[in-house]
Design a protein around this ligand. Structure first.
Ligand SMILES: Nc1ncnc2c1ncn2[C@@H]1O[C@H](COP(=O)(O)OP(=O)(O)OP(=O)(O)O)[C@@H](O)[C@H]1O
Ligand SMILES: [Mg+2]
Length: 370
């Protein structure tokens, strides 16, 4: 049984629709990331699950029980939904020690003292902050404060943990560390995590499934690698992956079975489509090529190096095939290229993407320039 079900969830502020008919099932033990650009409705969605925002219409079920229903006039208060939440401004109580901060919620629930002590100890160990139970928040680093905040949220053992950009105040290195910690924590607690972020890398690395929103509308709900390799549309394709995918305008001239003949900015090309190919109409289309799908070498069409950015593990190369067709490519390993160097490019994978005139995915295939 899914742990959380959103059915036709819609939230309007006056006549502006912040969340638009969102229906997803979140399974028990999943780590879901709500991803999308600023203002797409991530926080609003999370707050509705928590019960902090009243939906305009739709239903929210947790463990099969109706938490909100506009039709049945049900609206269970936040404290009775069995969820823990952690928001961006997780402010710890400055006048309380680490220990007191974590114990606070349990004291409110009138747990006996020995049980509180045992639970706080357990959390200090789980979050690797055993060394400083008696320090005050001001005496901790950002990452340590963050861990105390997480421990405080976990204290009551919520089966569902809702988090809104909890790492956004941290520097890059600490964020990386905390991501690994969160993944470990997810594994160890077995809880369901719903995590808001606008950082595609964070969403990719943490999630069992990504829920990608744009203007309050669901774009795709799938495991990260599926979102990456088989994006539902050009918006999704462009939103995930760094460096960004190459999206090239094309015109489909003919379709013969699984062979699509097209013109790409002056080049005649063809695509041999794989399984699950949804037929494409003749006319405007877009080709999506991930930077690592491009091979540089002796084969293929001529190209000139515009810039080369080696970072040790990989090199990002900007190429010009001709005046209007530029491609970004990633070469793994320690390689560098001279500006102006002439090379050839080819597309050896069968993962290039074909999108229709409306930007919807038609399928993956092997791209060849004629
Ligand atoms: N109380 C409100 N009244 C009116 N409009 C609101 C209210 N809360 C949110 N909105 C609007 O709803 C939209 C979605 O807001 P939301 O906070 O969910 O975005 P978000 O995806 O979390 O963005 P960010 O990444 O910037 O945090 C935004 O356009 C926002 O301006
Ligand atoms: Mg937000």
């Amino acid at each position: 049984m899914p742990n959380i079900e959103l059915r036709h969830l819609t939230k309007k502020f006056a006549n502006f629709t912040a969340v638009d008919d969102l229906s997803i099932n979140i399974d028990d033990g999943d780590f879901i990331t709500l991803l999308g650009p600023s203002g797409c409705g991530k926080t609003t969605t999370l707050r509705q699950i928590a019960g902090l925002e009243t939906p305009t219409s739709g239903e929210i079920l947790i463990d099969g029980k109706v938490m909100f229903s506009s039709n049945k006039l049900v609206d269970v208060p936040p404290s009775q939904r069995g969820v823990g939440f952690l928001f961006q401004n997780y402010a710890l109580w400055p006048h309380m020690t680490v220990w007191q901060n974590i114990a606070f919620g349990l004291e409110n629930l009138k747990w006996p003292k020995d049980k509180i002590d045992a639970r706080v100890k357990e959390l200090l160990a789980l979050l690797r902050i055993e060394e400083f139970p008696n320090r005050y928040p001001a005496e901790l680093s950002g990452g340590q404060q963050q861990r105390v905040a997480i421990a405080r949220t976990l204290a009551t053992n919520p089966r569902i943990l809702l988090m809104d950009e909890p790492l956004s105040n941290l520097d890059a290195k600490l964020r990386m560390e905390m991501r690994a910690e969160l993944k470990r924590l997810h594994h160890e607690t077995g809880a369901t995590f719903v995590y808001v972020t606008h950082d595609q890398l964070e969403a990719m690395t943490l999630a069992t499934k990504i829920c990608l929103l744009k203007n309050g509308k669901l774009q795709q709900y799938a495991p990260p690698l599926e979102v990456y390799a088989r994006p539902a549309n050009t918006f999704v394709a462009d939103f995930v992956g760094s460096p960004s995918i190459n999206l090239v305008d094309a015109v489909v001239n003919s379709v013969d079975g699984k062979k699509v003949m097209l013109k790409m900015d002056g080049y005649e090309a063809s695509m041999e489509m794989g399984e699950a190919f949804k037929n494409v109409e003749k006319g405007k289309a877009k080709i999506g090529i991930r930077p690592e799908y491009i091979a540089l070498g002796e084969e293929g069409v001529p190209a000139k190096v515009l810039s080369s950015l080696p970072s040790g593990m990989e090199t990002i190369v900007h190429l010009e095939l001709h005046a209007r067709l530029n491609l970004t490519c990633v070469v793994f390993g320690q390689k560098d290229y001279a500006v102006g160097e002439e090379l050839r490019v080819s597309f050896p994978t069968s993962h290039c993407m074909l999108f229709d005139a409306d930007g919807r995915m038609c399928g993956l295939g092997k791209l060849t320039f004629c």
